[in-house]
Design a protein around this ligand. Structure first.
Ligand SMILES: [Zn+2]
Length: 282
């Protein structure tokens, strides 16, 4: 595969939950499955590092980054011990206002609530060499926010993580995996050096812009065998098939954005009516 001067092939994998209990979605893996992924990747010579470290490792082809969006507690419970055993570190992206709470932000149609890590669990990851990036304050779809709210999501989440954990936060992970040029430039303005995305059209590539990196990651799904994960990193024709699957799933996931946005708009309209009602009564 040819690479443009400002482009690097980069093995960055995206996980969400690592859960022993059945879930209807596809963005989770079981602890057993996760272990199989790590074992096969390790046997194939790969080693996991934080995303910031990976971007600094020019020329090394066997370093990869495992990233965990939303910082679910199941990652702390299952992925963290497994990766520690392998001697790997990884990156986790908490949603600041949901640290230590459940995933009420999610327009989950099936009503299942999952816990997010709390501050002490995040602190333990930091102490073990994990990288913590930001996933915003509220998991809102950033491109639809006005300038003030967008700035708050980017800067407020960075400041809160840095304050609470005593670290520098350099990587931002865009909720729903998408960011327009406006969101990207605001993120770099806010001091991030890299923005992680999950768009269907490309994966396994990092683009260097003047202000920082834009990293296109591979999504890992419930149906992924260890060989499927390895195939994404080692190339070949199957890579193209995975790109197509990711493109389709990414389009379907956009439904989650519409559900969340619809709910927020609905609540805003209801509270508007309530105010009018109170005004009429008063
Ligand atoms: Zn997310």
């Amino acid at each position: 595969m040819t690479t443009a001067p400002n482009e690097r092939q980069l093995g960055v994998l995206t996980y969400h939950t690592v859960e022993p209990h059945f879930d209807l979605g596809i963005t989770w893996v079981t602890p057993r499955q996760f272990r199989q992924h790590v074992e096969l990747l390790a046997q194939s010579g790969f080693r996991g590092v934080g995303i910031g470290e990976l971007l600094h490792l020019e020329g090394e082809t066997k370093a990869i980054a495992l990233t965990f969006d939303d910082a679910y507690q199941s990652v702390y419970e299952w992925a963290f011990p497994c990766l520690s055993e392998a001697g790997w570190t990884a990156t986790v992206f908490p949603i600041v206002e949901y640290v230590g709470r459940d995933n009420r932000w999610d327009g989950n149609l099936f009503g299942r609530r999952l816990a997010h890590m709390d501050w002490s669990e995040l602190r333990e990851l930091v102490d073990s060499g994990w990288e913590i990036g930001s996933h915003g304050l509220t998991h809102s779809y950033l491109d639809w926010l006005d300038a003030n709210r967008l700035r708050r999501e980017l800067r407020g989440s960075k400041a809160a993580l840095e304050d609470r954990l005593g670290i520098e936060v350099r990587t931002f992970c865009a909720p729903y995996g998408r960011a327009s040029p406006r969101v990207l430039s605001e993120a770099f303005e806010a001091g991030y050096r890299a923005v992680c995305l999950l768009q269907g059209g490309s994966a396994g590539v990092a683009h260097r812009l003047d202000a920082g990196w834009v990293v296109q990651r591979w999504a890992i799904y419930r149906l992924d065998s260890a060989r499927g994960v390895l195939a994404r990193l080692t190339g070949g024709r199957r890579r193209r098939a995975w790109l197509w699957i990711q493109r389709i799933v990414s389009a379907a996931n956009f439904g989650g954005v519409l559900v969340q946005c619809g709910r927020e708009k609905g609540l805003a309209i209801l509270s508007g009516f309530a105010k009018i009602g109170r005004g009429a009564a008063g």
